[in-house]
Design a protein around this ligand. Structure first.
Ligand code: ZN
Length: 683
């Protein structure tokens, strides 16, 4: 029944617009001419140890390694290469908002968040791949920003003085300093923060910046750790004082169902747009703000020293799960918080911002369960919302996604393009902002520990170079995780060195096995980590094996989601891709179902099978792992008028005269049309 082979975007381009194909294979000479020569890019910074916080900031249990310490390997490297060869590396060649006329390059084009957003992901991508051309593209934005401060210390385009886009730019600048130690960065940041400290009382945070203040505090504390400038702590406190109090919001969470226009105090105008989009209610129920707000309490706890502030993130996540949670680890927010029906969507910006928030929150809290959630989101929700070649993405992805067409959808405020795949469906924020997802995941796989060790927070193939104690250490992680259940580590300290190695114990793994040089490891399991402390010698080998049975997780209306380890599985619906319109080097696409989708599980799936991993890791055509399931059609489960699946009917469902079929479930990230929350049949 799912015999219809999916058609790749490349094949569609061949059969469709010849113009689009030609463009997609040609470098854009006009833009290439504007790229900074690689020679102007500073040499990489030397290998460094991670830093503990400077007093009086609270110490943290896990210490992010300086950006650039971790290089991707294996499938993760291929995924980053796909990003680089798609919109991730070439967006500036086909989208004017980050092109050569960007306000962040001195032009009179877009001068708000889009340039900094693009840079925030392009930088770590370029250095992770050591790609000279991409480094040159990133360097143009860096050079313009560092070389054109205002006389009063302000940075950025003169035509726009909003604090918010600068919060993104400083986030990029601290990564750039990690990567290069360019001596221009610290003076420019210092002058900017001093300027802001003086200016904020008269020109306080507003709208987006007011709800995202914590992202700037991260950069302010980064600088404080390097300079000890007490004024920076004053600035952090002022940002907190002017910013939205997420902790108070979640103490009595007001959004306990899919929000309506009335809930938000929003009014639709005759032209389809909205009045009152910037009310506190609308901004505090906004999906991306909530995603970014996850880091607010833990980041603030570094200044306040309060355990209650630090731990508030657990309550924050629990409330999002309880009222809006999805099996992808995300919460539904198709612009605003949207309840638990699997037909609701979540925005790509919210996916990558949740990941970044969790990466910081994991470091500050040391909570291994946050590592589980990072994997669930990164290995499912993140790849699901892109085409295989990362030349097109969705604004909103749905957990049960049976059609991506120009139709109203179940959204409260988003438009009919919201779940199409394309260049900038619905709105271009995600086009600019998605770039940080994979590269920052790479940068967070390993962290230093407060007791001078190393911790594996998220498992993926990579190579780490850092300093542990005073000893340079190279560590390689060889694995096809999450598609396989084993991980091999090789440690290469420059000389024998005693330190703790902490390995995250996933919550779903009940019998993780670890050996060191072939012998069962004598480790200590506590707080979600197995700690092995010994004198590590060059060539020491650690082997990890997880148990990862196929598991059913209960979800909305007692439907179930199928998981194996960090991977979520979905029933793939045969896809018919139809180009809606060409968009420069890429195109916008609708996706229609080419087979029925309304199935219920008739027995719990147990058997999984592993297959070769293709050059596209989350490939629908060659899924690296599959689960066999028995299902039957559920005729009463239908498509809603707006072009989406009705919520699954309450389980167990009755299936009179059901004809059971055997089907193959594939990773959620590989199935662009899919049913993920499956009703369960009686019997
Ligand atoms: Zn977005």
């Amino acid at each position: 029944m799912h015999a219809c082979r999916p058609v790749s975007r490349r094949m569609l381009l061949r059969s469709g617009s010849g113009l689009a194909l030609a463009l997609s294979l040609q470098p854009a000479a006009a833009f290439a001419a504007g790229i900074t020569p690689a020679a102007r890019v500073p040499a990489p910074a030397p290998t460094r140890a991670p830093r503990q916080n400077r007093a009086p900031l609270a110490p943290q249990p896990l210490l992010p390694l300086p950006t650039g310490s971790i290089k991707p390997a294996g499938w993760l490297r291929r995924q980053l290469e796909i990003q680089a060869q798609g919109l991730g590396g070439r967006l500036d060649e086909t989208w004017a908002d980050v092109g050569p006329n960007s306000g962040w390059l001195g032009g009179d084009g877009e001068n708000w968040e889009r340039g900094p957003y693009f840079l925030d992901g392009l930088l770590p991508l370029a250095w992770a791949l050591d790609d000279a051309q991409l480094k040159g593209k990133a360097q143009r934005f860096i050079d313009w920003t560092l070389d054109h401060p205002w006389p009063d210390g302000m940075i950025g385009p003169r035509a726009n003085d909003d604090w918010w886009p600068r919060m993104v730019m400083v986030k990029a600048l601290i990564q750039y300093h990690d990567l290069t130690e360019d001596p221009r960065v610290i003076p420019v940041l210092t002058a900017y923060f001093h300027h802001q400290l003086g200016a904020l009382p008269g020109r306080p945070l507003k709208d987006w910046g007011r709800f995202r203040w914590h992202d700037e505090v991260v950069a302010v504390l980064w600088l404080y750790n390097r300079t000890g400038d007490a004024k920076l702590l004053d600035l952090a406190k002022l940002l907190h004082a002017q910013g939205w109090d997420w902790q108070a919001e979640f103490a009595d969470f007001p959004f306990r169902r899919k929000v309506t226009l009335d809930d938000l105090g929003m009014v639709r105008r005759p032209d389809g747009n909205f009045d009152h989009t910037m009310t506190d209610r609308a901004l505090s129920g906004h999906g991306v703000n909530n995603a970014m707000g996850i880091k607010a309490s833990p980041v603030w706890s570094l200044v306040s020293g309060s355990k209650a502030d630090r731990d508030a993130v657990h309550h924050h996540l629990a409330e999002l799960d309880r009222y809006h949670g999805m099996p992808t680890g995300m919460f539904a927010a198709d612009e605003h918080l949207a309840g638990r029906s699997p037909s609701q969507g979540v925005e790509l910006c919210a996916v990558v911002e949740t990941l970044f928030s969790l990466e910081l929150a994991a470091a500050i809290t040391g909570d291994a369960a946050i590592g589980d959630r990072i994997e669930r989101i990164a290995y499912n929700a993140l790849p699901a919302t892109f085409t295989d070649d990362m030349w097109a993405h969705q604004y909103d992805q749905q957990t049960n996604q049976i059609k991506c067409s120009l139709a109203p959808g179940p959204w409260t405020t988003n438009g009919p393009e919201a779940n199409l795949f394309g260049l900038e469906p619905h709105f271009g924020c995600c086009t600019a902002n998605f770039h940080q997802g994979w590269p920052k995941l790479n940068d967070s796989l390993w962290m230093g520990t407060a007791d001078n060790g190393l911790a594996a927070l998220v498992y993926a193939p990579c190579e780490v170079r850092t300093i542990v104690g005073a000893v340079p250490v190279r560590l390689t992680e060889t694995t096809d995780y999450p598609f396989r259940n084993t991980v091999s580590l090789a440690l290469h300290p420059e000389r024998p060195a005693r330190f703790p190695l902490k390995l995250r114990i996933p919550g779903w793994s009940k019998a993780m096995r670890v050996t060191v040089n072939g012998q069962t490891a004598a480790g200590r399991a506590a707080d979600g980590f197995l700690t092995i402390e010994r004198t590590w010698r060059p060539g020491d080998a650690v082997a990890i094996a997880f148990d990862n049975p196929v598991t059913l997780e209960p979800s909305y209306n007692d439907a179930v989601a199928v998981t194996r380890g960090p991977l979520l599985f979905a029933l793939p619906v045969a896809e018919s891709w139809q180009q809606w319109r060409p968009r420069g080097l890429t195109a916008d696409w609708e996706v229609y179902p080419a087979a029925p989708w309304n199935y219920a599980l008739v027995e719990p799936p147990r058997a999984s099978a592993e297959h070769p991993i293709s050059p596209v890791p989350f490939s629908r055509r060659m899924p690296p792992v599959t689960v066999t399931a028995r299902v039957a059609r559920l005729p009463g489960w239908i498509e809603a008028h707006g072009g989406y699946a009705e919520p699954p009917p309450p389980s167990p469902v009755a299936l009179p005269e059901a004809q059971a079929e055997t089907v193959t479930l594939i990773p959620y990230g590989a199935a662009k049309l899919r049913v993920t929350m499956l009703p369960v049949a009686m019997g």
